[in-house]
Design a protein around this ligand. Structure first.
Ligand SMILES: Nc1ncnc2c1ncn2[C@@H]1O[C@H](COP(=O)(O)OP(=O)(O)O)[C@@H](O)[C@H]1O
Ligand SMILES: [Mg+2]
Length: 258
């Protein structure tokens, strides 16, 4: 594996990770992966290469599917995630999915307030309003929704819904935010706003961004990993991987031949 520059300490580290879904060996001996803190770390690779599975392993959502079997080591700030309380882990490592998933019948306000109350983070009403306002502001949604906070989240456009669920995730103050192709179902304008937001957020938290679009990885990521057929082919600083990949497969992928 390439030297990542050692400028930032790792927040997530992976060793000898294998994941099976039923009989399918989906992730094959992923090792030497160290995601630097306060960076945008993109995981790219063709469809079916195991990107979503890897992301779901990082907050153990993978364990919600009965046929999943996970072996190996993943640490968060040096602590083994498999010995952590999954609820605590998922608060520290938030997730945003490809398909925006707000509670559609719940109000815009309650989509965020509910998460804060459920985790017992904020109980006081005025403090709740403050936090909801500030995360909506952070994702650039406040001005668009401030006069209709009580209308159902399902009435927002797809791109607005995606920014709402990002706000919901941020309200829990995660250290790491996992994002699985967050712009693939939204319009170009919203996709651009989300890309800008990702860069902005990485000043304070670590973003692990799954994308099947190498150009997006190049635009927003500080580091990039290339996954192919369940294997980690290589990872490193974005420009190095794009301009001098150490593996033939990576080279073919970044020029669009895979
Ligand atoms: N529930 C499942 N049972 C068996 N195989 C699965 C299941 N879900 C996904 N897979 C397989 O795991 C591989 C990786 O899937 P996934 O992580 O979703 O890839 P990606 O996100 O890169 O497209 C694919 O080959 C897919 O067919
Ligand atoms: Mg996927």
């Amino acid at each position: 594996m390439r030297d990542s520059g050692n400028s930032r300490p790792a927040v997530i580290e992976v060793e000898r990770l294998n994941v099976w879904l039923g009989r399918v060996h989906v992730l094959k001996d992923i090792r030497g992966l160290a995601i630097p803190k306060n960076s945008v770390f993109a995981i790219m690779g063709p469809s079916g290469s195991g990107k979503t599975t890897l992301l779901k392993t990082f907050n153990r959502i993978i364990e919600l599917s009965k046929e999943a079997r996970v072996e190996g080591k993943v640490t968060l700030d040096g602590e083994d995630i498999f010995s952590m309380d999954p609820v605590v882990l998922r608060r520290r490592v938030g997730m945003v999915f490809q398909q925006p998933n707000p509670f559609p019948h719940m109000s815009i306000y309650d989509n965020i307030a509910y998460a804060l109350k459920a985790h017992g983070i904020v109980k006081d009403k005025s403090r709740l309003r403050e936090v909801v306002g500030s995360v909506l502001e952070q994702v650039g949604l406040w001005d668009e929704v401030k006069y209709r906070l009580n209308s159902p989240a399902g009435k927002l456009s797809g791109g607005q819904q995606q920014r709402l669920v990002i706000a919901r995730a941020l309200a829990l103050r995660p250290e790491v935010l996992l994002m699985d192709e967050p712009t693939s179902m939204v319009d170009v304008v919203n996709a651009t706003r989300i890309e800008r937001l990702i860069i902005e957020l990485s000043k304070d938290i670590t973003i692990v961004l799954v994308t099947h679009n190498p150009q997006q990885a190049r635009r927003v990521a500080n580091y990039v990993a290339f996954l192919y057929n369940g294997r980690l082919i290589e990872w490193g600083p974005t420009e190095e991987v794009f301009t001098s990949p150490s593996h033939r497969l990576t080279e073919m992928y970044v020029v669009g031949k895979i």
